[in-house]
Write a protein that binds this ligand. Structure first.
Ligand code: PLP
Length: 417
């Protein structure tokens, strides 16, 4: 980054260090990925200089000769990839996209039914500390204790009792397939709008390795930077009858000018996601997660719901004699980056919970396959037990083993060290 290094060596050095960190470590945060060099290039362009409030053909600023076709390409690619009637590619990120759904369909104080945060839902599905739980009445469902899976009977009972105007399905720590058709049936029964938040699984849906919500949901929200492997951003897709309401909620309801550099990078990512290569990638993400789950279970880790259908695993590590946070911190010292997480019915506090959430989207982007998952599970096991036994030598040894393996799998978009 020659210009940056000359102008601001402090920031340039930190970005350089981050590039090294992303190259050397095994990144297993389920919501992260490595974008392609093409997506990265599109993000860092002069499109950031341009104001474009409005939508293609209906702007409040002149000079949209290049911006309109960029946004139109992004919209058309989103519609084609997901089979959606309408797409809006302007939401700044997943949380504002979800807030736009409330603005489109609810009045303040009306009821939303969503999955609770500690059970695997997202803050924006009506959790109390979120604006969505403060300005609307949040009613929350969870998973069954015996199965770790969403309790559709509970969802239906709550919907009948509470009569929500909006039902959210999808989540942030849900290792199993979401039954969109079952949610739609309940939403129809009570006259609610169904929103599917597929932020985590959008790439899997695009590739056909997870069922699509498009035939079932009134509105679908997704981030673009997780399994979809695009820039940080979000999209809303909707049935044609909701197109106007959704567009008006995003702009002028909630946002100002769209981030055109992000829009261009979303368009690039959507083009990539329509390829055979991407379909193979998404399939491999799931294959890797299943293989990793089996290897971890064989080493005595307790997996919520017993395994996974998608890209993530949620596991209780207290059976190993340690809590989630110190386990996550020890893994970070070993170059394996995960997040600590509550598990359903967690007796511990959210800042010091029982579990870890781990995902395979990033390591699959680097080319790791099922055959490497035994090695990865072995490292996780050694580090968690070493953390419990305060054995920093083992943690340091794993760090060098991780780096040695990752050196053989160059990261997309990163300069080769
Ligand atoms: N929805 C779900 C299911 C998520 O997992 C997330 C992010 O973790 C979001 C929404 C929010 O996205 P963002 O962090 O881009 O605002």
């Amino acid at each position: 980054h020659p210009a940056l290094s000359a102008q601001d060596p402090e920031i340039a050095a930190l970005i350089g260090a981050e590039e090294q960190l992303q190259a050397d470590t095994l990144r297993m945060i389920a919501s992260e990925n490595y974008v392609s060099a093409a997506v990265l290039e599109a993000t860092g362009t002069v499109l950031t200089n341009k104001y474009s409030e409005g939508y293609p053909g209906k702007r409040y600023y002149e000079g949209q000769q290049n911006i309109d076709p960029i946004e139109t390409l992004a919209i058309d690619r989103a519609k084609a990839l997901f089979g959606a009637a309408h797409a809006n590619v302007q939401p700044y990120s997943g949380a504002p996209a979800n807030l736009a759904i409330y603005l489109a369909f609810l009045q303040p104080g009306e009821t939303v039914l969503g999955m609770s945060l500690p059970m695997g839902g997202h803050l924006t599905h009506g959790w109390g500390v979120s604006a969505t739980g403060k300005w609307f009445r949040g009613v929350q469902y969870g998973v069954r204790k015996e199965t770790g899976r969403i309790d559709m009977d509970e969802v239906r009972d709550l919907a009948l009792a509470e009569r929500p105007k909006l039902i959210f399905c999808g989540g942030t720590a849900v290792p199993r397939t979401i039954d969109f058709a079952a949610f739609a049936e309940i939403a129809h029964e009570v006259g609610a709008v169904l929103a599917a938040d597929v932020a985590h699984i959008a790439g899997l849906i695009a590739a056909g390795v997870h069922p699509s919500p498009i035939p079932h949901a009134d509105v679908v929200s997704t981030t673009t930077h997780k399994t979809l492997r695009g820039p940080r951003g979000a999209m809303l897709m909707a049935k044609e009858e909701h197109a106007k309401a959704v567009d008006r909620a995003v702009f002028p309801g909630l946002q100002g000018g769209p981030h055109n550099h992000t829009t261009a990078a979303i368009a690039v990512a959507l083009k990539e996601a329509a390829t055979e290569d991407f379909r193979a990638y998404a399939q491999q993400v799931v294959t890797n997660a299943k293989a990793l789950g089996e290897e971890l279970a064989a080493r005595g880790f307790e997996l919520v719901s017993g395994g996974t259908d998608n890209h993530l695993l949620l596991m209780d590590v207290t059976s190993k004699g340690i809590a989630g946070k110190p386990a996550a911190q020890a893994l970070d010292r070993a170059g394996i980056v995960v997040n600590y997480n509550t598990v359903p019915f967690d007796p511990r506090k959210p800042f010091d919970p029982s579990g870890l959430r781990i995902g395979t989207p990033s390591l699959t982007s680097r080319g790791l396959r099922a055959s490497e998952m035994a090695t990865v599970a072995g490292w996780i096991d050694r580090v968690v037990e070493a953390a419990r036994d305060q054995d920093e030598d083992t943690i340091a040894k794993v760090r060098s083993e991780v780096k040695a393996l990752m050196d053989g799998f160059p990261a997309p978009g990163l300069p080769v060290a």
